[in-house]
Write a protein that binds this ligand. Structure first.
Ligand SMILES: [Cu+2]
Length: 140
């Protein structure tokens, strides 16, 4: 009996550690969306720009904190295409792992595009990915 209990607890420990490790991909709830509050698409701004991040249907958690239906923002500046959304996001985006919801950046004069991508505690985009529309701004 004692052997059986030990065997059972080993199996249960195995199951719980498996589910804890789980899949590195987090699910996003239906209707979740990320968007850029400011500046707006087509806006003309100065070289110092405060980008404000909006998120509905989900919450913001810092990187490293595993919590369902949350993530942290990533800003893609002048990205010709989206990065691989099945892998941890890399250096081609700015990470806001502290859970920031805005950032003031310096941009050169000219036209720039901005796009937000939400990533989970491991910087991996959710499934389905929560990605904003790409906006275009003019810096003067
Ligand atoms: Cu990140």
């Amino acid at each position: 009996m004692k052997t059986l209990l030990i065997a059972l607890s080993v199996i249960l420990a195995g199951v719980s550690s498996f589910s804890y490790a789980g899949s590195p991909v987090s699910m996003s709830p239906a209707g979740a969306s990320v968007y850029i509050i400011s500046p707006t698409d087509g806006q003309t701004v100065g070289t110092t720009v405060t980008i404000q991040f909006g998120l509905t249907g989900m919450g913001v958690s810092p990187a490293g904190v595993e919590k369902a239906k949350t993530g942290h923002h990533h800003l893609l500046i002048d990205g010709n295409k989206l990065p691989d959304l099945t892998q941890p996001l890399g250096k081609d985006v700015m990470h806001f792992g502290g859970g920031q919801t805005e950032k003031t950046i310096e941009l050169s004069k000219g036209t720039h595009t901005l796009q937000l991508i939400l990533g989970n505690h491991l910087h991996i985009p959710h499934n389905p990915p929560v990605v904003s529309n790409k906006i275009t701004i003019t810096v003067k």
